[in-house]
Design a binder for this molecule. Structure first.
Ligand SMILES: Cc1ncc(COP(=O)(O)O)c(C=O)c1O
Length: 498
């Protein structure tokens, strides 16, 4: 029997009555077994027999319990039979759900996962990639756009369930202002808004890939795209990368999809040369291969102007372009876009309708107003200037503090470092973490990580400008330490070798 709660204003007999009543409604009493005697229950609950007696009398008069001559008091069977089966079963604790048996087995594609620190913003020296410095976000202009999107004539588009459709104003502005800057001509039926490039990759993989598909990927390359392709069942075929981007192979026979990051190759930052762009397009045309162009940070070029997108050179409609606002504004906004053939876009819309329907209308309309007001272009300009300063500071600090020669292409949001063979960037990242420095290990960007432990990436978008020098000094010292230790461990004389 449950305990009587202490210190309530309810009369004691009512509390006793409620306790018994709850026991009955939860099916705790077997109707064939007598209820505890007045004396026994009074002792158990620490109340007087009279109190229990009054409670029992009330329950008898209301039909919850019945008195059987010479047998005692019993729960009324009729009351119990009216309880739902779940109530009757409640007396014994229900079996716990075994989630491992219910969930479909995770598709283990055998790739490592990027382990991103969620508390990176508390680090003094976060050379982390894929994040932005929150201070640089145009909060005031963005909050004005969000507010304006909640008034007429925008309110409808902010709040409606668009089913499969996106905000027509945002699509129109992408076609008229954003895509032409990348050399892309598109009309609204060619464009769909995504919740970032990652969703674009996922939708495309779902639509285009299966267990017999082969996807050619840059090596090293973007790990999360590899996960998406392999989760769709595809096999990956690596394509070597050098300082001019992906090296065109002899042919693309048997390949279904070629995934490229031409503007700034992920993770090396190399820009795909114009000659190779034409070459790869010609190969794809000849061997009938689709190309996904992931243009995640195209506009972030600090010397010269951004090269036009590969999509701008596409004459057969085989290039599917992925754009995102993650790198120019903030990844947390989760807004991007896909540009492709109208038939493909219509298919993707149909697919998306049954998952998220569409990215939030309010965000889409706010982004449209942000672009229409000119704030977007101003924000990108300002962001590019701030990033150029950080890029210059990172290059200077690298040269001064880091005892490794580094190629630094004039764009992107990170710098790729390939250290000498003796360098172990995995342990380097761990030891730097203890000093408040985040660097990104590079080995996991390769299909065979174990032979590329000498590589790492330094993101410079999230770190404060004034932290770059001191942070890089720590990186340099840790590298020198590791290389010195490695050198000291090599025996120099035959005697030491023994
Ligand atoms: C090459 C590349 N593609 C796509 C993405 C994902 O972008 P989004 O935030 O738009 O999903 C990233 C993010 O870091 C990236 O580096």
């Amino acid at each position: 029997m449950a305990q009587i709660p202490a210190a309530t204003r309810e009369p004691l007999y009512r509390q006793v009555r409620r306790t018994i009543e709850e026991g009955i409604s939860l099916g705790r009493f077997d109707p064939h077994t007598a209820l505890p005697s007045t004396r026994g229950l009074a002792l158990e609950l620490g109340v007087s027999r009279n109190t229990v007696n009054i409670a029992y009398q009330e329950l008898i008069s209301e039909g919850f319990i019945v008195s059987r001559p010479r047998s005692g008091l019993f729960v009324n069977e009729e009351v119990v039979s009216h309880l739902g089966p779940e109530r009757r079963a409640a007396a014994t604790p229900p079996a716990q759900v075994l989630w491992r048996e219910r969930l479909r087995p995770e598709h283990d594609v055998g790739l490592p996962e990027v382990a991103k620190r969620s508390d990176w913003h508390r680090y003094p020296y976060p050379f982390i990639a894929g994040q932005v410095e929150a201070r640089s976000f145009p909060s005031l202009a963005w909050s004005r756009a969000l507010r304006e999107a909640l008034y007429e004539p925008h309110l409808h588009y902010s709040l409606r369930d668009g089913i499969a459709a996106d905000d027509p104003l945002l699509i129109e502005l992408l076609c008229e202002r954003i895509l032409p800057a990348r050399g892309i001509e598109a009309s609204p039926e060619h464009v769909m808004i995504t919740m970032g490039s990652q969703e674009g990759l996922q939708l495309l993989s779902h639509a285009l890939l299966g267990p017999t598909s082969v996807v050619t990927v840059e090596e090293p390359g973007y790990l999360d795209a590899r996960h998406v392709f392999m989760r769709a069942g595809a096999t990956l075929a690596p394509l070597r990368v050098d300082t001019s981007g992906a090296v065109p192979p002899g042919h693309l026979h048997g390949v279904d999809l070629l995934y490229l990051t031409p503007s700034h190759q992920h993770p090396t930052n190399a820009t795909l040369s114009i000659g190779r762009r034409h070459h790869l397009l010609a190969l794809a045309d000849r061997d009938d291969v689709l190309i996904v162009e992931d243009d995640y940070d195209s506009e972030l070029r600090y010397q010269g102007s951004p090269s036009p997108a590969l999509k701008a050179l596409d004459t057969s409609g085989r290039v599917i372009y992925l754009g995102t606002f993650s790198k120019f504004l903030a990844p947390g906004l989760r807004l991007g876009f896909v540009v492709g053939d109208a038939e493909l876009v219509s298919h993707l819309r149909g697919e998306r309708r049954y998952s998220i329907r569409h990215p939030p209308g309010h965000l889409q309309r706010a982004m449209a107003l942000f672009i229409a007001s000119g704030h977007y272009q101003r924000a990108v300009r300002r962001h590019r200037i701030a990033l150029r300063r950080k890029w210059e500071a990172t290059c200077r600090a690298l040269e001064r503090w880091v005892p490794v020669s580094v190629v630094t292409p004039p764009g992107g949001v990170s710098i790729w470092v390939e250290g000498p063979d003796g360098l172990d960037a995995v342990t380097l990242a761990e030891s730097l973490d203890e000093q408040g420095v985040i660097i990104e290990r590079g080995d996991i960007c390769y299909l065979e990580p174990s032979v590329h432990r000498n590589t790492f990436r330094l993101g410079f978008a999230a770190i404060r400008l004034d932290a770059i020098g001191p942070g890089m000094r720590l990186v340099g010292a840790a590298i020198a330490d590791q290389l010195d230790n490695a050198l000291a461990a090599i025996p120099t004389t035959p005697a030491e070798a023994r």
